[in-house]
Design a binder for this molecule. Sequence first.
Ligand SMILES: *Cc1c(COP(=O)(O)O)cnc(C)c1O
Length: 655
Amino acid sequence: MVNQIEKVNVIVAETVPEVAKSWTLEDSENLYRIQGWGEPYFSINSDGHVTVSPQGDRGGSLDLFELVESLKQRNIELPLLIRFSDILADRIERLNACFSKAIARYKYPNSYRGVFPIKCNQHRHLVEALVEYGKPYQFGLEAGSKPELIIALAALEPSQNVKNDDSQALLICNGYKDKDYIETALLATTLGHQPIIVIEQLSELHIILEISAKLNIEPVVGVRAKLRSKGIGRWGSSTGDRAKFGLTIPEIIEVVNTLKNAGKLSILQLLHFHIGSQISSISVIKEAIREASQIYCELVKLGANMNYLDVGGGLAVDYDGSKTNFYASKNYNMQNYANDIVAEVKEACEERNIAAPVLVSESGRAIASHQSVLIFNVLGNNNVSTSPPNSVPEKEHLVLRNLWETYQNIDPENYQEAYHDAIQFKEEAISLFNFGYLSLTERSRAEQLYWACCHKIREIIINQEYVPDDLEDLETIMSSIYYVNLSVFQSAPDFWAIDQLFPILPIHRLNEEPTERGILADLTCDSDGKLDKFIDLTDVKSFLELHSLNEKPYYLGMFLVGAYQEIMGNLHNLFGDTNVVHIQMTPKGPQIQYVVKGDTIQEVLGYVQYNPEDLLEKVRRRTEQAVQEHKITLEQSQLLLENYEKSLRSYTYLS
Ligand SMILES: *Cc1c(COP(=O)(O)O)cnc(C)c1O
């Protein structure tokens, strides 16, 4: 501890004057709420760097800043997505441990067999690792489309004993299905897979019956119910009468009758529901389970050979670490979730005297989010200059003298009034300019004085407990823009599309006070391409505390980005996939498992049908012509072509 404090002081003394002396690592931890969202995987070490403990409290940890530096030495450039395989393993273990604890606690007379919804992150290395880590728990996969079924068939290892092997991972087949989908799923049974085809639409039932008769393969089917209990928030419409997916109760009854008439009621074995993703309130989950448990029991009474209750996804991630039912958080933990499911189902079944089902859940977000961290660098910032001129001469325009006087007289007694005066004089200056009464230089001085006023007022309110409402946005107005080497559209599409929050913070210099307030602007030429909402204990913050830039690189990390972001990311402005590195902990320390290079410029151009050879040939011909017409020297033409060729093979981001 002593060492740690000494070190902090040394660094601080060199770089930041006075006020920063008392800044501690704990201050950074509280400011960025690392414990709230990051436990047990992320924390800060005595060097002021973010550390990662991929195995939670049970294993070693690594210095994220040093890891990034060492990856850069291997020519793996930023922006860079780092996947920690051990975190993935830990999430799977945790989820299964929570369910087995709940099963023991409530003496639940059956088991839990989770599946991972592939749509959450389809990348091969991740799915392969997931299947591997999931083996001890018979952790299966959920496919929501034909391409995902294709992945699942190859990724899951079929069992040697064909047919209803309890030690076998499940393959839940959701989504809209055509004949090919159903045929493939049915045939997978013969390989030793355990597919369960979940009927989302009535029409699917007839195809299933037809194909299974033709192939002479007995299917296992489930029904997806539209529950009355609605999720809340963003995905609240995933269930309910008008939901896109699932069967209404009359439709479920129709399935039962059709199967009964065909003498096939025994194939109906699973009830599925999914009330939406990121369910932040445990009471919503409980209500849905209660409704689903009753439907399950009724299906048993109707004669179906029920064996599985699949509670879908929805297990939320605490992005802001507030442990509340705010949309970026959740008011329960994984153990509460498992307990409530197990207890509710047990109670319902016991009351009705019905055998308890195998419990299945399809948690995507809660399994995949934590394992990925996006690291990106700051390219520069646009600090507004807040220093006032030394003086304003008597002969200056009245509006400038007014601003100068306002500036000079700001004090803790009158700052609120002064703020409104400053705004008014600035507006006046702009009007005068627009009518030709103020020169460009004079307008520049007016704006400079206005910012000086804002700065001086901010210095006063920073130390005050109460800030009047009309001054609350001063911090936002004064925050600078940090230009960052990433595309929001590619790397954080949910931020842009649905206002999802992710924890963002510097991964080093956390022993220094972050004296700046900033928003982050990305590389795209789109005004939406920015990060300007950040996690906070209450509500959302409109700026992020950042360090002032020095000559050294400044790295930021965006955390909990392992679910949905990669596949939803798009090529806006042709910024492609980022580099990806898989890191695994070994007794000798962190080791690179895989490097997946991000898109090159020629690759993204290929997506929009450009052929690099043709492009190069065209430019080559034009340069040659220019050389002949003496518009360009031979050396210049060579340089242009070299750059052009090199660019085609290079990363789409700035180097
Ligand atoms: C998206 C989806 C999931 C995953 O939901 P999470 O909230 O990410 O756990 C599970 N099941 C179905 C049917 C889904 O569509």
